[in-house]
Each structure stands twice: as structure tokens, then as C-alpha cells.
Ligand binder design. Sequence first.
Ligand code: FES
Ligand code: FE2
Length: 341
Amino acid sequence: MQTATSAQSLNLAATLYTSAAVWQDERAQIFLRTWQFMGPSSAVAHVGQYLTLDIAGFGVFAIRGKDGVLRGFKNICRHRGARLLNGAGDCGLIVCPYHKWSFADTGRLVQAPWFGRDPAIIPEDWPLEPVHLAEWRGLLFAAVDPQTSLLDQLGDLPAELADEPLETYQATDQASVSFDANWKVYTDNFVEGYHIPGTHPSFYAAIDFESFETTAHTGFVRMTAPPKEGLFYRGKWLWMWPNWTLSLFDGGMNVSRIDPVSVDRTDQHYTFFFADTSEAAAPARARSVNGTLAVVREDYEVCVSTHRNYQAGGYSPGPLSGRHEKGVLYFQSRVAAALGL
Ligand code: FES
Ligand SMILES: [Fe+2]
């Protein structure tokens, strides 16, 4: 005898994508409490190398000290709060551009020039404030106020990628893109393949869509589809809580971080990794990089128009497909739990 099916799962309410108060809550409850993908560990392999990261507007950086230790700090000067470093690079001393206070790579205040002695400043009172760093298989992560270890956050991902030779891949290319939609609109899009026929006609033609599978696991969502001959993707796409992705190529991968700049604007930062970094393989690498960016440009378009509809107030939540939108349900459940909804 057939029993009644369980209650229909619905998409999130539109206001959760458009409310500035919700976005502030997400910053506090999700982004500042979780491990955030920073970049390849190789970017800070040498003494003096630093790498900055914006976590929903909250600046942090990692720097390799003269003692070989990698440390993380808020990218915030202890004087009047200026941003200390930008992008990535090399430095001996961390010098604030505003009034030239300088800090050692251990965070200690070295000098506060022209400050005066009335009262004199005690350097020990004003070190840079630390943040947490952790590495996993050549990838560097930072966290402001983590509630779990990085490995706990990754959940079942280490087992999923145990056989992938991630360490043999080198970071060769980077790309950043911005679009006018809430970060969850884009994440909803990333964690399902349901939109591929409608949104990505060329991509659709290059995979066996009938065999597309989406499964939710502790800490991540996995999507797989057998690629047809000639597709640059290997047919496995992963999304990890709360906001990073890893897609496999033949002999490489891209890793991206989805960063909410504001409630209605999102940046996505890509790092592309390849095993073969030779000149001869440059065209193949370019094909994977450009192919990835072409596919996601199609996603951004649909995300921007969807976000506009959420803003306009005419949308009430529709049903999620059990066949294709398990990833959406997993992501949205984690958001709801983090926000106490
Ligand atoms: S804010 Fe950095 S030296 Fe003044
Ligand atoms: Fe897509």
C-alpha cells in the first residue's frame, strides 16, 4: 500500500535573500564563525609572503614570519583601524599606510613614529589581533572565530577526495568576478544541475544529463555527470559549507570562494590548479579556465534576474525537486540552522 509522500520542501523566503538585517546576521553567525578558503598554501610558502582575504568585508591576512611560522591577523591597524595590506605580496615589516605605524611579522608593534610621549605608547599593549589559520592538502583557510576545527567543518570531504592527487596540482591562474545577487541565490544555483538544460545549452550537450546525480553529505554537496568526449570538466563538482567549491578537470581543478560583499552583491574568487604547468600545456589550461568562466557567466545572468524578482516582492517560495535539488535543501537547511530559523 502506498503511503502519503512527505511534506513538500519549499525554497527559502525571498526576504532572506534581500534583507540587510539577515545579511548582518549571516556575517556574524556564518562567515565570521567558519573556516574560509584563502588560497593555495604555496602563496605563503616563503618568509615575508602574505595573502589577504576579505570575509564578507572583514579583512584578515596570513604572513610567513622570519621564524618560518605562518600567522594570521586581522587586517586592521591598532591605531585608527586602517587596512594594512592589500592583495598578496612580500614584506619585511607591516607598515600602515595611514600614519606609518609598523608591525613585525609576529604582530608586535615596532614603531609608532611621531606619536609623541604624552603619554608614551607601550608597544606590548598594541599588537595586531590574531585570527586562526589551518591548512588542508595544500589549501589555506582562515577563521575569525571558528566554532569547530577545519576538519570538522570539512566533514566527509577528506574521504571524498582521498584518491585525488591534489598536492600534485599547482596554482597557475586566478580570476575574480562580481555580480548583483545575494550569495545564497548563487549558491542555490551552484548546488543543483537542474538548471543545466535551460541555462547552459553547450554544457548540457557535453554531458549525459540523464545520469546527473546530486547527493548531500556531511559538509558538502556532490554533483556528478558522465562527460562526453572533449568536455574540460571531469564530471565532478563539489560545494562545501558554507561557501567554497571545487570542480575537477582532467589533471587539475578549480577552487572558488563565494564572498558576500553586501546583501545584493557577491564576489567569486577562483584559483585554478593544474598538474602540467608546462608551456606546451598552456592552451589546454586556458581552455579549462575560459570554459569555466563562460559557464558561470551564464549562471550570473540568471542569478541577477532571480535576485531582482526576490527584491521586487512578487515571489512566494516554490517547491524543490527531490530528484535534483537535494543540494539546495541541504544548503538552505544549514543556513536556517545557523540563523536559528
Ligand atoms: S591607522 Fe594605522 S597608523 Fe594610524
Ligand atoms: Fe550553472
